[in-house]
Design a protein around this ligand. Structure first.
Ligand code: FES
Length: 329
């Protein structure tokens, strides 16, 4: 049914007193504490507001630009581009460090040794990585956005250190160059850690509906008469949020949570059988769920529908497993 009835009635269980937190638990939770602390830094919040005021309107003006969509990765790549590019500066700068450790001085009269080339190529790759990161950052929200900004600040510092290292290499000051290169790589590692947190802990730019497959049987969600024409309508079916849309007597249904960052498509707009997400403007075809515009890079799951006895019923893509005749699974 469409109603979300919540937990069953009855008295709520008594709250258990929190036990003492061991030192080992405190150490293991350092990353939560660090993220909370960063999120509360006043300068991060101020900088976040200032950049949002500039870059937010810029992205809205350019959201139909295919270059901007390609910088997200978008429907053409099927993955975000930024994490893939980020491997390049990390790898190239690590190569420069290893060459510094293993190598001797460059041949006389030659300042552009392999470590210098690795450093320079890493800087070029870092600029491209930063550009895609900024574009992804404009379609993030709340704490993700502030942590993403901190990630970007660290990477900018690492890029600056690597630039100074390159300048020192090109002017023949190898020892300072090596120290600056090592410092740059250390800051890059810290930035990469928080980038990893955004992906693996916060699911930023991860397909939010990858695991959605229910309901596994036909479920009544709405009386047919209650669904108006041409109005995106959200319903619940066995806990899954579903978008219904009726046009010219045809019923369309998609997962209602946008695959980009779980915006509710039923709060968006529909034009010509294309629904636009209200959060960051991804567009999907109502008929087949395909992406018409990023930042989303994955299609919306299509939900099967049917009308029975005056009710709209829906079912997800995975049928419930058939029971064996003897009742065993
Ligand atoms: S949640 Fe970002 S475009 Fe839908």
């Amino acid at each position: 049914m469409s109603a979300d009835t919540g937990p069953a009635g009855g008295p709520a269980p008594a709250a258990q007193p929190a036990g003492p937190v061991s030192a080992a638990d405190q150490v293991a939770n350092w990353h939560h504490e660090a993220v909370e602390a960063i999120d509360n830094w006043a300068w991060i919040r101020t900088l976040n507001d200032q950049l949002t005021a500039v870059l937010g309107p810029w992205r809205e003006r350019n959201q139909d630009n295919p270059v901007v969509e390609l910088m997200h990765g978008g429907r053409w790549l099927g993955h975000p581009l930024h994490p893939a590019l980020s491997d390049l500066p990390i790898g190239l700068w690590t190569g420069a460090l290893l060459l510094d450790v293993a190598g001797g001085d460059p041949p006389p009269g030659r300042t552009v040794d392999p470590a210098t080339l690795f450093s320079a190529a890493g800087i070029a790759a870092a600029v491209a990585t930063a550009a895609t990161g900024v574009v992804d950052w404009t379609v993030s929200d709340d704490q993700d956005r502030r942590l993403g900004l901190f990630h970007g600040v660290l990477n900018t510092a690492a890029l600056g250190l690597q630039g100074l290292s390159l300048a020192a290499r090109l002017t023949g000051r190898r020892r300072p160059a090596q120290g600056l290169g090592a410092a740059s790589l250390a800051v890059t590692g810290a930035a990469a850690y928080f980038g990893g947190h955004l992906v693996f802990a916060k699911a930023v730019m991860v397909n939010r509906v990858a695991g959605a497959d229910g309901p596994r049987r036909w479920v009544k969600v709405l009386e047919e008469a209650e669904l108006p024409d041409d109005v995106p309508t959200g319903v619940l079916a066995d806990g899954r949020q579903i978008l219904l849309y009726k046009h010219d007597g045809t019923l369309y249904a998609l997962d209602n949570l946008c695959s980009h960052a779980a915006g509710l498509l039923s709060r968006g707009t529909v034009e010509g059988l294309t629904v636009t997400c209200p959060l960051h403007g991804s567009q999907y075809c109502l008929a087949d769920g395909s992406v018409r515009r990023g930042p989303s890079h994955q299609p919306q799951p299509v939900i099967r529908t049917r009308a029975r006895n005056g009710w709209i019923e829906v079912r997800g893509s995975q049928p419930a497993p058939r029971r064996r005749a003897d009742g065993r699974k």
